[in-house]
Ligand binder design. Sequence first.
Ligand code: ADQ
Length: 731
Amino acid sequence: MTDEATTSPQTPIAVASNRLPFSFHRTSKGLERRHSPGGLVSALEPMLRKRGGTWIGWPGIVPRPSEVIETDGASYRIAPVLLSESEVTRYYHGFSNRTLWPLFHSMSDRARFDGRDYAAYAQVNERFADAVVESAPDAGLIWIHDYHLLLAPRHIRRRDSTTPLAFFLHVPFPPYDMFRLLPWDREILQSLLACDLIGFHVRGYAQNFLDCAERVLGARVHRDAMLVEYGDRTTRIDAFPIGIEFDVFEKLAANAPRPREIQQERVVLGVDRLDYTKGIPERIQAFEKLLERYPEHREKVVLLQLAVPSRSQVNEYRELKREIDELVGRVNGRFATASWSPVRYLYRSFRHERLASLYRDADVALVTPLRDGMNLVAKEFVACQVADPGVLVLSSLAGAADTMREALRVNPYDVEGTAEAIHRALEMGENERASRIAALRIRERRDDLDAWTTKFIEAATIGPAATLPLADTDFVAWLGGFIDDHRLALFLDYDGTLTPLCEHPDQARLSPAMRQALQICAKRPDTDITIVSGRGLAGVRKVVGEEGLIYAGNHGLEIEGVGIEHFEHEDLIHYRARSEALADQLDEIASHGAWTERKGPTLTFHFRAVPEPVREGLIEDARQRIAKAGYQPRPAHCAIEARPPVGWDKGRAVLHVLRARYGPNWSETARVVYVGDDQTDEDAFRFLAGLAQTFRVGSPDTPTAASRRLPDVDAVQSLLEWLGRRPEPRL
Ligand code: ADQ
């Protein structure tokens, strides 16, 4: 893909969303292509039509062998992603619409968590990612849309590291307390943070995302600059409130004939996809309350509710339809007269021309979702007010409420309050109506769809955001309150943590600056340092060479140092001789630069220098020999450790040090910080979860149980420097 950092307005864009702008339906005459309903398509189709590029998406049907998915006729390329029936069930109806949709709308009681749905979702997302990379090699920007494709960015980034990659979420991003219900919260955040830019409708959602990145992943978050640093990437986070094609709706409204649905009564209009987030039952109840409280509206006002069918395979949606049918029946049964029915409910899709005339001629638009990313209906209504101005009643829980301040705000759960707002809207004088609508129209005309896409694309292609160097404020935020007035028990791995990883362990030396930082910490009377290494005890002592520390060698099987008695795991005695014999056996296969490090009761088989083609075979051979000798083969950095199966690891070693040093109630005395970069440090991270602040050094791609990450050895040095100069506690 292109290397260019910036994108001219003509640069083709790859857009990926669950749905293509049209979907296919099986009819007696074969497959029929229909415009896809919903806000996302309304938003993106005009943009691609104008700019060109590729749209990657699912055509909405599982074709039979004889059926052809016809993708001609658009002014941009279409790349369909085909799904099997079971993928549609699990990825789309399942994880997307039964897990993410309700959860992201903060309706957790409706959310279902099923590992099989998630697995299918992950697999389908990978397929979308492949389709993006393969079908749009010329793209200057890859723009992924919405909650169906949260896991796509990470796969795309793996295959293409240079093209600007951006994500826009059309639904709300939930608060931390809601988001963390998701068993796959980390995976989703990690994937999104492969992007250069993540856009949300409003600032509140962006702030929720920042909270989650910080609290779930331990990422570094800059709230003022709206940046998230995670591993080696910095991602911009921002609010981009979506707009509509204002002039198109305005023109449609100016030219459309009077709709036959509107007769002599005054009209309160609702227009929605049939969805439980849209608050349709609550709205009908509010209208019922209006008629109850203000009888003067009877026979003079109707609620005209249009609902476009949506997700009818999902049970909740079928139930909702039944619920609405019953409610409409109840209200009509209660108030209808021979010449008037209060609620007119039309369950179908309308063409834009018809919608525009209904918006124009309605007296009140009732846009009362229980939660909504933005809500385009509110904006379309405003654009269509070209004649007698109507009144917009808007839910404060829609993203649109953030900017559409001049609307009458309601809490949709407050049925009485909503009834009052409808009454007020119906009674409002022309001057007030005109003033409110004029202000709304000025904003929506200015912040239209074109302005939105331009602003988003500009932000997405501005070039990578700089990573700010770690500052004291970061360490204060992470550790200040945690350590507070306690002693600090600091545990540090050596290779890859205090020194960069080297070809040969002998080359891994402490830099003078790192040594100085270590010495300053070690001198503090309130700090105890333990070096926990996979090296043998004598080896690690020698290479660090500092007095006044505790050393734990062989992953903590041997421990000695200030303030504690020498410790050696009781079973080790049986392994010293066996370890030598195993090392001899491994030496027999140590070709192509592989070698065996003898560390007393344990050993490490290094294969960093071994060329790829022979590596796999060699590793397998070594693993087998290690296992046969009664050791556990454990993966390490370009090496395999042979560990005695004695049920001991770095985690248990840390606990041993803490108890030996501070007694069984060590947590009253000391606060524990552990920093490591290796797979073997994961034992300590898991063990110390909840007991310590743990830092994993290195690539963001490696899964970790640590509470935070540090990008590299330099960051470890900054941490030590801060620990060395932090204020003395009142011990
Ligand atoms: P949706 O949940 O689909 O979109 P919304 O923004 O209201 O919600 O858009 C609905 C679209 O469908 C509008 O363009 C409307 O005109 C159209 N529509 C509704 N009823 C119709 C009917 N009976 N016939 C024909 N058309 C109908 C998601 C998010 C929103 C976000 C958008 C865009 O849930 O919060 O605003 O994406 O980002």
